[in-house]
Design a protein around this ligand. Structure first.
Ligand code: C5P
Length: 326
């Protein structure tokens, strides 16, 4: 079993990463950008390249900085085990689809509806953990997941001033909601599938992440050429990039790395708690520093529910540390 230190360290870094990503994205929205906007499809590709390079460095470090060992492990694990490598094409393809669905959702829904609905992934993740990993959850733990979902939904409930903004049309609301619902299932499935692969083999999480990232890069490049091929040919894939774009992309790449570590050393359900807590944290920081948010009593009720759910989840014994085989 992974050491508790790595478990809490990875969860802590996830809270930090999610919080800074949300804040940077909020900040970037307040900036008046000049010229063309960056291509979302290109950001996905660049984040994937950053992730692969960082994972190669981490594997290099794991092998005491020996070029020879690095070369041999990458060859052994990636080229000489094509079936193992291909297994990662499944979560990778699903994540690529999911990342694109979320952009569709965000462009068709207001941010609050999007974030509130996306919390359903807490439940889909639990359902997949139970069905695919044979994890057993007690009554208090199911209850705490429901409370967590309700709490995050309330935390993100739009305040009156926010809801006065122009509402999206009914048609695009439907497209947006459908995209978000599919993303909830894909998030739960891909995360738990990756957890199953990580926990069933002894291979380093970073090697697995390189395999995942390689497919992600291929899918991402296809996606970029399919959606924005014309624009990329005209003005290049880095059009519209500025310092904030690079920061968001780097934080997104860091997110992929931290999520992999959290799935390895903790699990997908705990990851849901960490990201929920970070939503509260980023909202509070945003209130105190950016002053672009006015907390309502609904927010405080939601925050109390999220914190209570976190305690309740740990109340009835610990979640089973090692999934029994399904
Ligand atoms: O919303 P959800 O928690 O499912 O999002 C997970 C995100 O983490 C996805 O954007 C996925 O691309 C990314 N990820 C990653 N590397 C992993 C696992 C997930 O980049 N090993």
């Amino acid at each position: 079993m992974a050491s508790p230190r790595l478990k809490y360290l990875s969860l802590g870094v996830l809270v930090f990463q999610t919080t800074s990503l949300v804040l940077t994205m909020r900040y970037s929205r307040t900036l008046q950008a000049e010229g063309p906007r960056y291509l979302a499809s290109s950001a996905v590709v660049v984040a994937e390249v950053m992730k692969i390079l960082t994972c190669v460095l981490l594997v290099f470090k794991e092998h005491s900085y020996s070029m020879r060992a690095l070369n041999s492990v990458l060859r052994q694990e990636i080229i000489h085990k094509p079936v193992e490598t291909l297994k990662l094409a499944i979560p990778s393809g699903i994540y690529t689809l999911q990342n694109n669905l979320l952009y569709v959702a965000l462009s068709n829904l207001d941010a609050a509806t999007y974030q509130v609905t996306y919390q359903l992934k807490i439940l889909t993740t639990a359902l997949f953990s139970v069905s695919m990993l044979g994890r057993r959850l007690g009554v208090y733990q199911w209850l705490s997941l429901l409370i967590l979902m309700a709490g995050v939904a309330l935390v993100q409930w739009p305040s009156d001033s926010a809801s006065e903004k122009e509402a999206p049309s009914a048609g695009s609301q439907f497209v947006g909601l459908a995209a978000v619902l599919v993303a909830c299932f894909s998030s739960g499935f891909a995360g738990v599938y990756f957890e199953k692969i990580l926990k069933e083999s002894k291979q380093s999480v970073w090697v697995r992440n390189i395999q995942l990232g390689m497919f992600g890069l291929v899918f991402g490049l296809f996606g970029m050429m399919a959606y924005d091929g014309e624009r990329v040919r005209e003005s290049g894939m880095f059009q519209g990039y500025n310092t904030v774009t690079w920061t968001v992309v780097a934080l997104q790449a860091l997110g992929g790395l931290v999520i992999a570590a959290v799935i390895k050393y903790a699990d997908n359900i705990l990851k849901g708690f960490a990201t929920s807590l970070s939503i509260i944290l980023s909202t509070l920081i945003s209130y105190f520093l950016l002053q672009d948010f006015d907390p309502t009593s609904v927010f405080f009720l939601g925050a109390v529910l999220v914190i209570a759910a976190t305690f309740l989840y740990g109340y009835e014994g610990k979640p089973s540390p090692n999934p029994s085989r399904a």
